[in-house]
Design a protein around this ligand. Sequence first.
Ligand SMILES: [Zn+2]
Length: 105
Amino acid sequence: MKEKKPVGPHKLLKICRRLFFSGALTMLAAAYLIGRFYTWRGNEAPMFLWLMAGAGFLSLFRCLQIASLRLCCPYCGASLMAGGRMPSSLPHFCPDCGKSLDDCD
Ligand SMILES: [Zn+2]
């Protein structure tokens, strides 16, 4: 049996950022295309564009959820979210217990 390795905060933040940007891009592209369709032929945007926008939104939501649940100090469990937002980079030391976060993954 394979043991599941816990994901370190650095790796997790990288994954979440990728998910966040691809979600935002998908949503923007879908919104843009929906706007184009509205000006082209009245109010008939195809269903898959709405689904695409929904999928982008879900992926944004999901990555924030993962980040807020799992982005925490591996030593004391303190949240590393910057006031409810996703931080652009992790601090070098845990704000709560002061241990170095640089060598934990
Ligand atoms: Zn800590």
